[in-house]
Design a protein around this ligand. Structure first.
Ligand SMILES: *Cc1c(COP(=O)(O)O)cnc(C)c1O
Length: 360
């Protein structure tokens, strides 16, 4: 039998290994010239914004909220249909996540639901560009401006996504990216904060490094959330491939859009450039059987996310009512869409979906 197709296939190839070995051999492995170069080069992805590298996407979100001065009593509006890191960052900063529902078409934060969740304590909105589809920033930014709220983009899944030509990570006061191995590009572990505000960038640089710009001249209380030069060197190799990989993801998605039957393929909002971190279909009613049939046919698949954050133990209060979030969590299945899929693998995925999706 042919090998199963995994849900994701992170690349750690000869170039990544050579870059890591080169940095290891240099003896300069902690944050240094590779991190600085990675930050400079990543700016091209976010319309030239300042970029501050950190050791994970979660650190990026957390550090941004700290740098913005958020803390106890402050509320941040977040979608519940996301990875727990989105809400964890808010809690770790001492603030309170307030969950709002999603738009069923994009799986992203519903601006009307966000508006309805605003209280006198709200200080920020944190939309998530889920699966690589940009959130409705054209409606979220004006909403935030009307209420004087900061917007922090969780762009962990959205490298090179865009809405009406503006890249993800270039809308809010800050954008936060992840370089976890399964993301659209990786640095083993890693993250990047993007901002147009040089003062915020400086605060972020202080906070990630014990509050120091000059060694032993600590200006504020900070942590150690630095990226290593080894990770940055790998990230730079991956960044060089991001444009090509993104086109492959989009082409793979276009193939699946055209060839899948019996499931609801992912819609794309007008003006949105979807980068398909995940290719996520809806299978109303029969998801478990559908998934089992795919697995049997050697087609990897996954559910992101089976439990909305507002139903996870640290966040459940029993009163939050998010019907579109609950429905999505019950229906979604993500199929392989990663850039190194072969034509034969894409055809296998389509055949497996089309036979698995036939109603019993
Ligand atoms: C991956 C991810 C994060 C966290 O990134 P890490 O690098 O794993 O810490 C945050 N938000 C979302 C939506 C993610 O997918």
């Amino acid at each position: 039998m042919t090998a199963s197709i995994p849900p994701a296939r992170p690349v750690i190839g000869p170039d990544e290994i050579a870059a890591a070995v080169r940095v290891l051999g240099s003896g300069l492995v902690v944050q240094g010239p590779e991190v600085a170069a990675f930050e400079e080069e990543f700016a091209a992805v976010v319309a030239g914004r300042h970029c501050v590298a950190v050791n994970s996407g979660t650190s990026a979100l957390y550090l941004t909220l700290l740098a913005l001065g958020l803390g106890p009593g402050d509320e941040v509006i977040v979608p519940s249909f996301s990875f727990a890191a989105t809400a964890n960052a808010v809690r770790l900063a001492g603030a309170t996540p307030v969950f709002a529902d999603i738009e069923p078409g994009s799986f992203c934060l519903d601006p009307a639901a966000a508006a309805a969740a605003i209280t006198s304590r709200t200080v920020a909105i944190m939309p998530v560009h889920l699966y690589g589809h940009p959130a409705a920033m054209d409606r979220i930014m004006p909403l935030a401006a009307r209420h004087g709220l900061a917007v922090v983009e969780d762009a962990a899944q959205a490298h090179a996504a865009a809405l009406h030509g503006v890249p993800a990570g270039a809308f809010g006061v800050a954008g936060c990216f992840s370089f976890y191995p399964t993301k659209n590009m990786h640095s083993l572990e890693g993250g990047m904060i993007t901002t147009a505000d040089p003062e915020l960038a400086r605060r972020l640089r202080l906070l990630r490094n014990q509050g120091m710009e000059q060694r032993y001249q600590n200006e504020v209380v900070g942590a150690n959330l630095r990226l290593t030069d080894v990770a940055a060197a790998i990230g730079r190799v991956q960044l060089g491939r991001l444009a090509g990989w993104t086109e492959r993801r989009r082409a793979n998605a276009a193939f699946l859009d055209e060839h899948l039957a019996g499931v609801l393929t992912p819609p794309v909002a007008a003006g949105a450039r979807h980068v398909y971190h995940q290719y996520t279909v809806r299978v109303p009613g029969s998801r478990d059987a559908f998934r089992a049939a795919l697995t049997e046919r050697g087609v990897g698949n996954a559910v992101y996310y089976p439990t909305p954050i507002h139903r996870l133990r640290p966040y459940a209060n029993g009163t939050t009512h998010l019907p579109e979030t609950d429905l999505a969590a019950a229906e979604v299945v993500s199929l392989p869409v990663f850039p190194t899929l072969t034509g034969a693998e894409l055809e296998r995925i389509a055949e497996a979906v089309n036979s698995a999706a036939v109603p019993a």
